[in-house]
Design a protein. Sequence first.
Length: 198
Amino acid sequence: MNPSSLLRSLATATAPLTVVAVGLVVATAATGGAAVESSPFAIASTAVLMIALLGIGAAALLGIGRLRNAGRSIAPPVVAVVGTVLVAGGQWAALFVLPALSEHAPQVLASGAMGSVTVGYVASYAVFALGWIATAAGLLRARVVPVWLGVLLLVGGVASFVPAPEALRLLIVSIAATLVARRITAPAPVQELATASA
């Protein structure tokens, strides 16, 4: 399997995975008790969302290649990749650190001593949102995606910074990333190939 196919496969799985994560968030809310961090549904949602973030990052990498081929700046999708890695790091902490703290040191979570972690989450999502907003603008300017899809990606970038559970926050950008990946990796129509060879 070549790298482009792998990236496309990851990116096109992003939207369905995020929808599953949203369903698990709803199940967590319906069944969660006092320790939401250690709820099996919350842990499963976080794990699924980490895989979805791999797909979101893959879409950004595909965007880098497409913008480079179009002779445009690759800085916006590079920022989107960095933001995606930062957000995935937060998901890693939610998957491995928070459940352990909830079980073995609940007083740490209740004490408010983790304020710097909150600042890190906000900063990560700020980089993520700005990267995807700029990527949407870059893809639109290069005419790589139709206007409606660029606008959807832009809205997804903005929505990712809205306070909400992570799966809901990432739903729009994951749908847009899946559609962008499908669009930019689709085979060129025969007419485009004939024009390019002439």
